[in-house]
Design a protein around this ligand. Structure first.
Ligand code: ASP
Length: 417
């Protein structure tokens, strides 16, 4: 018995120690085989992905709320600088989304293969509720929703269990002021997000097995085109940053890239702009020679609010899935994608896969099925690294622009080392 426990423990620690992208890749191989074996019968495998995506969608609004409250409460910034910073951030994010949408409209990666649009749940013929439907209905669609619905007791229990377990980790933290309270709220939401992200590979497994089983391999041609389109768009965004630095800052673009090498490599390898933040700040001040005040505005505030790579990716993903399903997005709908992607990128925490959580907002706003976000997960372990690197480069860009055209005269700091 004791051996079984220690065996299962070591299995669990091995599972936890395996990087998320390895788990996702293994799930991908397994699901291809399962999809091929099950064929048409694979359609029931959609259920786990729907549950996981529904949970991610439920976390999105509180995450955005608390992330924004947290940044506003904790940053010290004067009104004038705040206005300038907000202007820079909005411009960069809008350019990122415009680049993303243009590349997606020109390359049309989603038309490289076609998927059937899934049937809307309301149009299902049978009126009897299967246990699976019952499960999906009871998974909370929002954190507060079940509390106002006296029928949804299971949903309330779901939320109570989640909060209860997440709060155990912070129960002995003292709450002396409102900031401590917000800090704890933020940590609790991030803990729950972490749990859901751990089971994301199961969702990936399920949706891809379903797609391979019911539609064959053709959708994956489109995934390749999508990866290429995102990489092209992110490169164009890099060009935009470097051009702006060349025109509006004393720093030279190539010196900036050289000085920021450590931070960019760290962003790519950790998938997290928040984890990279101290290195970003250090490189900006020590290697590039940016003034501390500009570096702290760009890197510290920017790491929370400024996620251009995420904004670009969310807008492109919405357009890609619409193309894949043959659903035309009008100009008005694409404008809705722009606005929701800006909001979603501001709310995305600087941690791995956070962009996927807030992406549910973009999809819902234009009526795209959120299940298809799970399909993007097949490539997200790689694209997340690329967009995180651009998120950090966006912070670097803002720091350089805030530093202006006059080079600081600081003895002992090398601008190019
Ligand atoms: N991983 C990204 C970051 O840390 C957020 C995202 O998922 O888009 O900046």
């Amino acid at each position: 018995m004791a051996t079984t426990t220690s065996e299962s423990k070591s299995w669990l620690s091995r599972f936890n120690a395996t990087p998320l992208y390895v788990r996702i890749l293994s799930a991908m191989m397994l699901r291809l085989v399962t999809g091929l074996l099950l064929g048409e019968h694979a359609s029931f495998l959609e259920v786990p992905s729907r549950v996981i995506l529904q949970l991610l969608a439920a976390l999105a609004p509180p995450l955005i709320l608390i992330a924004v409250v947290h940044v506003l409460m904790t940053t010290q910034i004067s009104g004038r600088t705040a206005g300038r910073l907000a202007g820079l951030l909005l411009l960069n994010t809008t350019v990122a989304i415009a680049i993303g949408l243009t590349v997606a409209n020109v390359m049309k990666p989603g038309t490289w293969s076609k998927l059937e649009r899934p049937e809307a749940p309301a149009s299902k013929e049978s009126t009897t509720v299967s246990p699976v439907d019952l499960l999906i209905q009871n998974v909370p669609k929002s954190i507060l929703g079940p509390l106002s619905d006296k029928q949804n007791i299971i949903g309330v229990i779901f939320i109570a269990v989640a909060f209860g377990i997440a709060l155990r980790g912070v129960k002995s933290k003292p709450v002396n002021n409102v900031q401590d309270f917000v800090e704890i709220g933020y940590q609790v939401v991030l803990t729950m997000l972490h749990w859901i992200i751990q089971v994301v590979p199961i969702g990936v497994f399920a949706i891809v097995a379903k797609v391979v089983g019911t539609e064959g391999f053709s959708p994956f041609k489109a995934m390749g085109a999508f990866v290429l389109a995102v990489l092209i768009a992110l490169s164009l965004q890099t060009g935009w940053y470097l051009l702006r630095i060349r025109l509006f800052s004393w720093a030279r673009p190539m010196d900036v890239l050289r000085g920021m090498r450590d931070a960019l490599a760290m962003a790519f390898s950790t998938d997290s702009s928040t984890a990279t933040m101290p290195v970003t700040y250090e490189c900006l001040t020590q290697k590039v020679g940016i003034r501390e005040q500009s570096a702290s505005m760009g890197a510290l505030v920017g790491a929370n609010f400024n996620n251009d790579g995420t904004a670009l990716y969310e807008a492109m993903s919405a357009l890609f899935v619409a193309q894949l399903l043959g659903q035309h997005l009008t100009i008005t709908q694409q404008l809705i994608v722009v606005v929701t992607s800006i909001i979603a990128s501001v709310g995305a925490a600087g941690i791995p896969e956070a962009g996927l959580v807030t992406m549910t907002l973009v999809f819902t706003a234009v009526g795209l099925p959120v299940e298809y976000i799970a399909l993007l997960l097949t490539v997200d372990w790689f694209l997340d690294r690329c967009r995180t690197t651009i998120n950090v480069l966006g912070d670097v860009n803002v720091s350089c622009l805030l530093d202006g055209k006059i080079k600081p005269v600081v003895i002992g700091v090398s601008a190019t080392s």
